[in-house]
Ligand binder design. Sequence first.
Ligand SMILES: Cc1cc2nc3c(=O)[nH]c(=O)nc-3n(C[C@H](O)[C@H](O)[C@H](O)COP(=O)(O)OP(=O)(O)OC[C@H]3O[C@@H](n4cnc5c(N)ncnc54)[C@H](O)[C@@H]3O)c2cc1C
Length: 459
Amino acid sequence: MHRAPTAILKGSALIVDEGLIEQRGYLRDLIGIGFGPSNLALAVAVAEHEHEHALAAAFLESKPAFRWHEGMLIDGATMQVSFLKDLVTLRDPSSAYSFLSYLHEKGRLIDFINHKELYPSRTEFHDYFAWAAARLEHLVTYECAVTHIEPVWAGDRIAHFAVHTRRSPDRPLPARNLVLATGLRPRMPDGVQPGPRVWHNHELLYRTGPLHDTAPRRLVVVGAGQSAAETAEYLHRTFGTAEINLVFARYGFSPADDSPFANRIFDPAAVDDFFAADDETKQRLLKYHANTNYSVVDLELIDELYRRHYQERVNGHERLRFLKASRIASLDERDDTVVVRVAHQLDGTISTIEADAVVFATGYRPPDHTPLLGGVADLVVRDTAGRPVVDRDYRLRLRVPATGGIYLQGGTEHTHGITASLLSNSAVRAGEILASITASARFGELRTMSLSNTGGGHA
Ligand SMILES: Cc1cc2nc3c(=O)[nH]c(=O)nc-3n(C[C@H](O)[C@H](O)[C@H](O)COP(=O)(O)OP(=O)(O)OC[C@H]3O[C@@H](n4cnc5c(N)ncnc54)[C@H](O)[C@@H]3O)c2cc1C
């Protein structure tokens, strides 16, 4: 393997020339799999890398363009992190990729300041992400789903990894280091199959499109977390004649704890504390602070839903209905309806709803990386619970020596804590992963080469 002559040195980073991604023999220092916010933050770190050496990086994304949870880009929904926890600020507040730089470029900085808002709308943050992604387009190949990876051996050491894509199954891309950031997977309850009238909420805005022509009469939302509350609010506001039935096992919504002391569980320093803790302490901390993130709803949204519900009771026409302490007993999806049987756990009764559609806002599960890891999966060291062992620098521990490594963004809640799948720590985590990759011996050599080639380098 040799470095491709068509790569260009741009600033401090070796940037892949257009079309170079198709030159399959080119060994990259880093391939990022998935291009959501986590690997976007890493791409920012790569582009702004200040060392004197060259770094050949590429990112592969299955979608045709940058998209962040588009099915839930509900008008009015807000971020659940401060805009200061953007792609870069916590790592480098002077970066040109910050949310403030975005606002400045869009001519809205002063308007945003006057807005006095720490939590921008989700649509605005999506636009910010897309703005950053567009500036890094030279690093990304879209419509390029990775099917699996394989180890490439030099004796008993993994020399590099071969990345197999759906696009070119027979021409894998070689890379010394991989960063897997493939996101969470929608979770449906056991036994429930999605269908034309039965969906998970991640598809909400796509699936409700056709309903606009049909004036739906009854819709069911299952779940009691933020997504369920947002879905119910959206359906209630959008389909003015429909009855919205919320089915959940709880007695009522619980508010998300975003008070300042509890919020510290999302701090970069909390990752060090969590990582160093024993397993029992880790479990305890996750349990104590689950109400900062899981099955909880922003208080403002709870208040808004309650306000509407109460006003409807005053008016004597209830469209927003809460079926508490209840669960779905059965679903029967037909051509023109879904027959939903709801079991009420307080009195043991069953009621039937004939719904136009049922939306399951039943959460997400962490990715199982095993299929993606292909021939590397069996080489991963696992703990007694069968979970992958991940080092502090987010590198998967392997049973064999390797020149580079496989790093995880996501799927590390058991080792690094609650921020594993959230945005809070993505800027700092990206910096830590890049630092680990560039700390390798190879980058020592490159630093020396780069200094002798340029006759100096950066101060
Ligand atoms: C509606 C919603 C709102 C949220 N809001 C917040 C919030 O306000 N604050 C917060 O901290 N967290 C929030 N989250 C949590 C969420 O996990 C993070 O916002 C964020 O999406 C994590 O980024 P990611 O890049 O790790 O994963 P993702 O955003 O899921 O991106 C993963 C990417 O990998 C791609 N991919 C997957 N498999 C492959 C493959 N085999 N080959 C190539 N590409 C692949 C996917 O297409 C996707 O683009 C929210 C989640 C949802 C669902």
